[in-house]
Design a protein around this ligand. Structure first.
Ligand SMILES: Nc1ncnc2c1ncn2[C@@H]1O[C@H](COP(=O)(O)OP(=O)(O)OP(=O)(O)O)[C@@H](O)[C@H]1O
Ligand SMILES: [Mg+2]
Length: 328
């Protein structure tokens, strides 16, 4: 076990010049938004046209940037090349609901079932997984449009990404089967009908389209040249446990893990015998968890970021954080 950074964030990025999709994960409140903002500003400063996006229903980019970036891609003041965008998840959910309702109505009619679609729509859309799927859809839409050199996502819908990617093999088998049997049914209908014109099948179009989008997303998100997930932790038990679990999942699914950033370290040189006991105790606690971090994430620690005396807000503050994230 080494007790120092073997490969820093700067070195890692140097070795991955083509990175395009960058994600920050970790327990609540550890500094994901701050570090996503810091990384995005850094990429923009390198001359890359950079999108800093958030898909969460509870946004914090406008707060971080001190500027309203809700609902549309917005040029960040004072940082050429940097764009912020809080995607409106509510809006997407409403759109998806209408969309799904139409498909279900079509299907019920097709199958000659006389039930109202509403019940089905409710049960399909009234659950947290639906919201997460909507966030995932928003994320990949933005990726597929391909209007920026680099995309930094503030808190990816992690569980959903993992679920979808983990399931995508099974899923694609399933959809292929569905498509096949629907094609057979359609051919039969066409053979039985007098008109030879092709019948529309929105459900099948949807399945095929969905399968292809997922396959494309998986291809991008598992490409080591393009994608990296970074995990943020504090030198504390729970945040460490959370990212260990995340990293395990991600490695299992072949999603590239960029490494670990340790945030909010109390600067030891500022602590003396005469510092309050409370502070000295916290330093001792952080010390012991740092041992665990060096041990558990050996070779994967990329940056150590100090605890600042104030919250991080505005692009000037991000510059100060960047000096630490990219110091070595
Ligand atoms: N190194 C630091 N020193 C001092 N304050 C910090 C530091 N890093 C982050 N903060 C502050 O801690 C708070 C939480 O940070 P942030 O919002 O980035 O966390 P998060 O992981 O995105 O949280 P959430 O899970 O709620 O999205 C913010 O007020 C931020 O300004
Ligand atoms: Mg956040």
């Amino acid at each position: 076990m080494s007790k120092s950074i073997e490969k820093s964030m700067s070195q890692y990025l140097q070795e991955h010049q083509n990175l395009k999709y960058i994600f920050f994960g970790g327990k609540g409140g550890v500094g994901k938004t701050v570090l996503a903002g810091t990384a995005a500003k850094w990429f923009a400063d390198q001359g890359k046209r950079t999108m800093l996006a958030s898909t969460n229903p509870v946004h914090s980019l406008s707060g971080l940037l001190d500027q309203n970036v809700f609902g549309q891609s917005t040029q960040v003041k004072g940082v050429p090349n940097l764009f912020g965008y809080e995607i409106d998840t509510k809006d997407t959910i409403e759109r998806l609901k209408v969309d799904i309702k139409e498909r279900i109505q079509w299907f019920l009619k097709f199958a000659e079932i006389s039930t109202k679609a509403d019940e089905f729509v409710e049960s399909a859309t009234m659950n947290p997984a639906f919201e997460e799927s909507a966030m995932f859809e928003n994320m990949i839409d933005l990726m597929f449009k391909n209007e920026y050199d680099v995309y930094v996502f503030d808190t990816a819908p992690t569980a959903n990404a993992r679920r979808l990617l983990g399931m995508s093999k099974v899923y694609s088998l399933w959809v292929n089967k569905m498509v096949k049997s629907r094609e057979e049914a359609r051919t039969l209908r066409e053979m039985l009908s007098f008109s030879k014109k092709k019948q529309e099948d929105p459900l099948m179009d949807y399945l095929v389209n969905f399968r292809d989008r997922m396959a494309h997303a998986q291809q991008l998100l598992t490409d080591e040249q393009l994608t990296s997930f970074f995990f943020v932790t504090l030198p504390e038990a729970l945040p460490i446990a959370v990212i260990k679990r995340f990293m395990g999942w991600f490695q299992d699914f072949g999603i590239p893990v960029g490494g670990v950033l340790v945030n909010m370290l109390i600067q030891k040189e500022q602590v003396t015998e005469s510092s309050p006991e409370f502070v000295r105790n916290r330093v001792a606690m952080q010390d012991s968890y740092m041992n665990q971090i060096w041990n558990d994430f050996d070779g994967n620690v990329r940056s150590l970021i100090p605890l600042f005396d104030n919250e991080v807000r505005g692009t000037e503050a991000l510059q100060r954080v960047a000096e630490h994230v990219f110091s070595t």
